[in-house]
Design a protein around this ligand. Structure first.
Ligand code: AMP
Length: 407
């Protein structure tokens, strides 16, 4: 079975092809046989197309393409032509799985794409204006290129869609509840994958575990996973809420925004840019949204970089504490995504305050390993796992599960 996965974003797309042979390998995550990406941020009027086979051959081209559908078409062509060819014909592809950012309250599971599902993704555009249109265009582009192929949508909100009302509701006027202004949560595909992977690695039933998952990449969010369900999370109505991120502020006093509007005449668009693109590690350090750059500057004594890292850690610990309170206990902490998978400084500093819970990391140097790892000391009452998030594989698995005939 060959499954194409498409992660269509506002200014870049990523795609990969899994070849699952006669079935899915038990407990193993196969590598995609082909990967490709489109990036419109390099040069106005051009898209940078990169594609690579697992075997090693790759291409990189700058193409005069501005239309997303044309870009996807060029990307898909590298599956059947040139040095990155991995299939003889596109008809060999059995299904396409899409990551869709917003599924609202109605989609708590992955679904086969139908006209009704497309309409729902369209209706949710006001809640995810920079993501859902790209996701929908991705689905429509595949329809145009591959015809009537089964397509599956996985929503980044789905894992959080059954959060208790008290966790999902903002304490504004009740009209907000009626208007759908609530905590939706994001990164759900990743939180769900790493929580299940943690249970599998520990040989435990996820139903018996209280897991705190920390997805720390460019975007950062935490989730409280109890009995396999997300019962609380830090991102909210939008992916701006919660912990500090690469260029996003995370939670700030909403009074600051009112102040800036009244005193400085800020418009909604200016606030949007400030909070999403000019805040977080980038805003405070004045250097970069990349943790590697900021930590390096901190090590050289850069005061703003030091402040940025200290605030990042402080905010992370605070929100970890909040998630642990929601869980009412803690069996496992998982770190994942770019920062979470790599930065031992963050593991150590984030975990320090929770020693009173019996959480203790291994002594000595900790660092990234090729495989997922348990970094807790043998006698720690809480396991601490570093898990490589595999969102694309989770999407491919959901396709297989949805498309397998019911016995
Ligand atoms: P992601 O969104 O998961 O791709 O994560 C991207 C972010 O992870 C980057 O902006 C960096 O801040 C961070 N990152 C990636 N690799 C490393 C690394 N080796 N060490 C520290 N941070 C990293």
């Amino acid at each position: 079975m060959k499954i194409l996965v498409l992660n269509a974003g506002s200014s870049s797309h990523k795609s990969c092809l899994f070849d699952l042979g006669q079935g899915t390998p038990d407990g193993l995550t196969p590598n995609p046989i082909w990967r490709a990406a489109l990036d419109w941020t390099h040069q106005p009027g051009f898209v940078e197309l990169t594609a690579a086979r697992e075997a090693g051959e790759s291409v990189r081209r700058s193409l005069p393409i501005t239309d997303q559908a044309d870009g996807i078409s060029a990307m898909i062509t590298t599956l059947v032509e040139g040095p990155t060819q991995v299939v003889d014909s596109l008809s060999e592809i059995d299904a396409v799985g899409h990551r869709v950012v917003h599924g609202g309250q109605d989609y708590s599971h992955s679904v086969r794409v139908t006209e009704a599902v497309k309409a729902a993704i369209r209706d949710l555009i006001p809640l995810a204006p920079s993501h859902n249109p790209a996701n929908l265009q991705g689905i429509e582009a595949i329809e145009a290129i591959l015809g009537d192929i089964p397509q599956v949508a996985l929503f980044d909100t789905a894992f959080h869609a059954r959060m208790p009302e008290a966790a999902a509701t903002y304490p504004g006027p009740y009209a907000w509840v009626e208007q759908g202004i609530r905590r939706y949560g994001f990164h759900g595909i990743s939180h769900q994958y790493v929580a299940q992977r943690a249970a599998d690695l520990l040989g435990r039933d996820i139903a018996s575990l209280k897991i705190l998952t920390c997805h720390l990449g460019n975007g950062c969010s935490l989730a409280a996973v109890k009995g396999g369900m997300s019962i609380d999370t830090t991102m909210g109505f939008t992916p701006l809420d919660g912990v500090m991120m690469g260029s996003r502020s995370g939670s700030v006093d909403p009074g600051i925004l009112i102040h800036l509007m009244r005193q400085e005449g800020y418009s909604a668009d200016q606030l949007d840019t400030m909070l999403n693109k000019e805040s977080g590690l980038k805003g405070l350090s004045g250097l970069s949204n990349d943790m590697r750059v900021v930590v390096e500057a901190m090590d050289q004594g850069h005061p703003q970089a030091t402040l940025a890292v200290e605030v990042f850690i402080h905010r992370l610990r605070r929100e970890m504490g909040a998630m642990i309170a929601s869980l009412g206990g803690l069996d496992v902490v998982v770190f994942t995504a770019g920062i979470g998978e790599n930065k031992s400084l963050v593991w150590q500093r984030a975990c320090e305050p929770f020693e009173f819970l019996g959480l203790r990391l291994k002594d000595g140097e900790l660092g990234r390993t090729k495989d997922d790892q348990d970094i807790a000391a043998a006698d720690s009452r809480v396991r601490v796992l570093v898990i490589h998030t595999q969102e694309e594989w989770a999407i491919a698995q959901a396709c297989v599960a949805l498309l397998q005939p019911v016995a």
